[in-house]
Write a protein that binds this ligand. Structure first.
Ligand SMILES: [Fe+2]
Ligand SMILES: [Fe+2]
Length: 180
């Protein structure tokens, strides 16, 4: 399977989890927590792997990046809403509107990736590269799944840092500015 089919498969699974989430609005809190936990376990590793394997490959391939930066922003928004859902009791807010807002935001994000980003990715990489990206995506996801929330947030920021800055840190310790 190539990367875009792999991502689409994850998205379809997430669409079904979101349906279950919305349908659980009158369910006991422990059942809601269980489905929210399941969503986190799928959504966060998907997002981190997607950023590293797809978004950052686009940035390095000199391909269009407007959808990529838009995607980073939407990942951050979705994860913010997920934290809101996880901490609802403490925040004393109504559950259903937040769950609906979260589901709406995530469905919109997946639609945009499939309709706008996928054609750009397909145009930027050869079929064998798309295959290799799928392998890397599947290899990374379990690692992200076993990470703490803090480690995952650090990973998000790391993915967002421009590749040239990352290279500067990996290099001889001098900053990009000093090298030029
Ligand atoms: Fe995404
Ligand atoms: Fe995605």
């Amino acid at each position: 399977m190539e990367i875009l089919a792999t991502i689409k498969k994850d998205h379809d699974e997430m669409r079904s989890l979101l349906k279950t989430l919305i349908a659980s609005w009158e369910a006991p809190a422990k059942d809601q927590a269980q489905i929210i936990g399941q969503i986190r376990d799928e959504m966060v590793p998907h997002a981190r792997a997607e950023e590293l394997v797809v978004y950052n490959s686009m940035r390095q391939a000199d391909a269009p990046t407007d959808k990529v930066y838009h995607g980073f922003k939407e990942h951050a928004e979705a994860e913010g809403l997920l934290v809101a859902l996880e901490t609802m009791d403490a925040m004393n807010v109504e559950w259903k509107p937040v769950a609906e807002k979260f589901a709406h935001a995530l469905r919109h994000h997946m639609e945009e990736e499939e309709q706008d980003l996928f054609p750009q990715v397909r145009a930027a990489f050869a079929p064998e590269e798309l295959q290799a990206m799928a392998g890397e995506f599947e290899r990374l996801k379990p690692q992200y799944r076993s990470q703490s929330k803090l480690a995952n947030t650090i990973e998000f920021v790391g993915n967002l840092i421009p590749p040239n800055v990352t290279d500067a840190f990996k290099g001889d310790g001098t900053s990009t500015k000093e090298k030029t």
